[in-house]
Design a protein around this ligand. Structure first.
Ligand code: AMP
Ligand code: MG
Length: 324
């Protein structure tokens, strides 16, 4: 579709609406991107029996499984993220995600004994990687990888490489809550891309504000994305690897602005459970990462090292600019 905002191509994939914005009408490149996305979804998903991740999960406790280079690389990166000190990211969270079924039919609060049993199957150190043979082995029966918190980021970065191959150096790819901007925006006077920050728990795409970035990824994890309510209590899809229950702190969402979409996707989960105070201390060591915390008591806290322009749209929330 042609508009003043460039050429935008849409496709339903990976459980969401994917959009790709270009500034030349390059249908071949757009088609190649969507084909790549289809192929990658097919190998990374845990929702299809024939995916490579499912092959690894089925062989848990039995034998290592040889995988493609990209799959191995993503699992390697996911393991690294899981082993970071105090990380809330865990690539072996699969047994708990399956138990909770959040976002799928039949969800309900599991009983505490089942949660304890599944917790014993989520130690990321039991994901054994052999780089020479390119194999992955889950050492206990019942273990399962879940790359849902990292795959989109990894994939968005691959799209950038592919577009580069077509000579495209200005583009935006949106994988649903996971945006990667490539180069400058040719259509705004200040050359920045305008990325909306979603208002939690609204169904009509309301925005809290707009963050302006260039050549950066903007990735949001939020408790409103997939959840259910039971006995007035909200249960969402980001699981605390220590307790086996959904992470419970002051946050509604956490947005990470990072040079790569992989970093954005990783850190939005690594940090989510820390809560704001610890997260801010943690972020001080990471030079290229900025964060936007949205809290249950309606604050938007911008934690950045370079000055970002944030246009507030929703004034029910209080904006706190923690620019250091
Ligand atoms: P995201 O959409 O990036 O916030 O990731 C959420 C998805 O990651 C969930 O739907 C699960 O598939 C998976 N997940 C849930 N909890 C964790 C966790 N603690 N570490 C890694 N992945 C998780
Ligand atoms: Mg993530």
């Amino acid at each position: 579709m042609m508009s003043h905002a460039g050429y935008t191509y849409h496709r339903q994939l990976m459980g969401t609406t994917i959009s790709l914005t270009l500034f030349v009408d390059h249908k071949i490149a757009a088609q190649a991107v969507f084909t790549l996305l289809e192929q990658l979804e097919d190998i990374f998903t845990v929702n299809r029996q024939h995916s490579q991740i499912m092959a690894i999960n089925r062989a848990a406790g039995q034998h290592p499984v040889a995988v493609d280079g990209l799959v191995f690389d993503l699992i390697y990166q996911a393991k690294q993220a899981s082993l970071l000190p105090n990380s809330y990211f865990n690539l072996a969270i699969g047994p708990l995600v399956k138990l909770w079924k959040i976002g799928f039919n039949g969800h309900s609060v599991p009983n505490a004994i089942d949660i304890q049993q599944r917790l014993a199957l989520t130690d990321p150190r039991l994901v054994e990687l052999n780089a020479n043979a390119r194999t992955v082995f889950l050492k206990k029966a019942g273990m399962a990888l879940d790359l849902g918190a990292i795959a989109k980021g990894y994939i968005a970065d691959l799209v950038k490489v592919m577009l580069d191959g077509y000579g495209i150096s200005q583009a935006m790819i949106n994988l649903g809550g996971n945006v990667l901007t490539i180069g400058n925006s040719p259509i705004s006077a200040d050359h920045h891309w305008r990325i909306g920050l979603k208002k939690p728990f609204t169904t009509d795409d309301s925005l809290l504000g707009i963050i302006k970035v260039k050549n950066k990824s903007v990735v949001t994890s939020g408790i409103y994305e997939r959840y259910f309510i039971q006995d007035q209590q909200l249960y969402h899809h980001i699981i605390d690897p220590q307790t086996g229950y959904p992470l419970d702190n002051e946050l509604q969402s956490l947005t990470i602005i990072a040079p790569t979409s992989l970093a954005g996707d990783v850190y939005s989960t690594v940090i989510f459970g820390m809560g704001i105070k610890t997260a801010i201390t943690y972020l001080k060591q990471l030079n290229s990462i900025a964060a936007i915390f949205v809290t249950k008591d309606q604050k938007i806290i911008l934690h950045t090292k370079q000055q970002y322009d944030f246009e507030q749209l929703d004034h029910q929330y209080q904006l706190i600019n923690d620019y250091i």
